[in-house]
Design a binder for this molecule. Structure first.
Ligand SMILES: [Cu+2]
Length: 294
């Protein structure tokens, strides 16, 4: 723990705050661990034992199609229902308790829509080159990501709404960084409701999309008091997230197990233009509330 605090301290000196991933069940702890991509259909879920029974397709180089039991996280056992198609990574175990991680809804049409928009975003970022960063007054880039229910959400859905936007990741253990940011967003959501601000949406995009699957985001929303009626947690392809970070001027990079990142909070107007931006963690919900149209 001392090493962690020291490391964070050094990163603050370097102008970036660090969020270690060591608190999480990191795959890095067992580098030799084999992972096999699989697809299948959920047969049943047992929340008490944290087990999903899945009828899976053939896993190339490992086993033919069959129905078997997998240990999964609490978030995953809560999110996936019988009959749902999934894709995931299958992790064998000598003890027989095989695991599934990185479980996503398996929907080819949704994947294609998200991939197409990610390709367009890639091209847009490249064409803009050194001018990729979107200033206050400029429009936000178009995107298509998944929300905490695994539904595809496009930027077009937010036209006609005021949007509070930030970037976080669920495993961030540094209280003053992502957890504080989320707490302020929740506080703003409540203040805005009480003030009768119309058509407000809040959006947090994950900086760590490989770990932050829709199910993980759904659990995060539940444990952080987020009312998902107008607060979406988004994740998606790593490439799309990287391009969004570039265009929104946020630095986030893994240095081994450490995710170093900056924080920015934005208010976007009904026409999709950036109205206000606060860099760092010292923003106040009331400042943003005052800038919202009533
Ligand atoms: Cu963080």
């Amino acid at each position: 723990m001392n090493a962690h605090v020291l490391l964070v301290g050094l990163l603050v000196l370097a102008g970036l705050s660090g969020c270690s991933r060591e608190a999480a069940p990191a795959a890095a702890a067992a580098p030799a661990e084999k992972r096999y991509p699989m697809t299948g259909e959920v047969v049943s879920a047992d929340p008490a034992r944290k087990v999903l029974i899945v009828q899976h397709n053939e896993v190339k180089g490992l086993m033919p199609a069959m129905t078997m039991e997998f240990a999964v996280s609490e978030a995953d056992v809560a999110a996936f229902k019988p009959g749902q198609r999934i894709r995931a990574e299958m992790i064998p175990s000598d003890q027989g308790n095989w695991r599934l991680e990185h479980i996503w809804p398996d929907d080819k049409a949704a994947e294609a829509a998200v991939a197409n928009q990610a390709a367009a975003l890639r091209q847009d970022t490249m064409i803009r080159g050194g001018k990729a960063y979107r200033e206050v007054g400029e429009a936000i880039p178009d995107f298509a990501l998944y929300d905490q229910e695994g539904r595809v959400v496009t930027s077009g859905r937010f036209r006609g709404k005021q949007v509070m936007l930030n970037f976080i990741f669920t495993r961030c253990p540094v209280a003053t960084m992502c957890p504080a940011s989320t707490a302020k967003m929740v506080s703003l959501q409540r203040l805005a409701k009480a003030a009768g601000i119309p058509n407000l949406e809040l959006v947090s995009i994950s900086l760590d999309p490989t770990y932050d699957t829709p199910a993980v985001l759904k659990e995060y929303a539940a444990t952080h008091g987020i009312d998902t009626a107008n607060f979406s947690l988004l994740t998606g392809p790593e490439g799309a997230i990287k391009d969004l970070l570039t265009q929104f001027g946020i630095i986030a990079e893994f240095d081994g197990n450490l995710l170093k990142h900056t924080l920015s909070t934005l208010l976007i107007d009904e026409n999709g233009r950036i109205r206000h931006r606060a860099d760092g963690s010292a923003w106040e919900p009331r400042d943003f509330l005052e800038k919202m149209r009533k």
